[in-house]
Design a protein around this ligand. Sequence first.
Ligand code: HEM
Ligand code: HEM
Length: 136
Amino acid sequence: MKLTPGQKIWFYNTGWILWISGGAWWIFHRPGLSIPWLLAIHGAAAMIFLVVFGVLIPTHIKKGRAAGKNLASGHTLIAVTVGLAVTGYGLYYSGNETLRAWTSAAHSILGLGSPLLIAWHLFFRRKRRRFRRPGL
Ligand code: HEM
Ligand code: HEM
């Protein structure tokens, strides 16, 4: 169920690059101030992140589900990742301005909130570990 060291490196590094690049764009983006390189980094990290996610499906996710642990936060993480991919796709291709505004808001909320979800997913792992330690 644990991620391999390689999976952890790819997951956490693409994760924080996505969050910082998306968050910085969200904060600094103004009409007239163009920072396209932030979204260029964001798009590249997003593609790598989806590969990492794909690697986790037959490994981590399959084992976690079979073990029946972290099910609620795990399934929410899957839903949010799919939601980010769908709304990210929408940002590229939605022609309609109203739809684009909604897609942008949904993507930003899911993205900015995602560290809380990771914290929830990791919280129960740590708690179980403390219980398992002899003498505590
Ligand atoms: C239903 C789906 C999932 C289940 C049942 C599940 C289950 C678990 C469990 C039980 C652990 C604790 C492992 C331990 O004790 O060390 C864990 C850790 C973790 N999970 Fe999941 N997970 C799911 C989906 C996901 C998804 C979709 C992601 C990423 C997008 C993810 C990322 C992680 C990470 C980064 C850790 C910490 C690994 C570590 O530090 O070793 N999980 N998961
Ligand atoms: C699976 C993860 C993610 C994927 C696949 C993804 C994908 C994308 C894509 C394709 C775009 C459009 C880029 C463009 O218009 O040139 C985008 C924009 C954006 N992303 Fe993400 N992203 C992900 C995670 C995140 C996270 C974690 C944040 C956190 C802050 C975030 C915040 C943003 C913001 C603020 C924008 C600009 C929105 C706009 O144009 O109105 N994204 N993302």
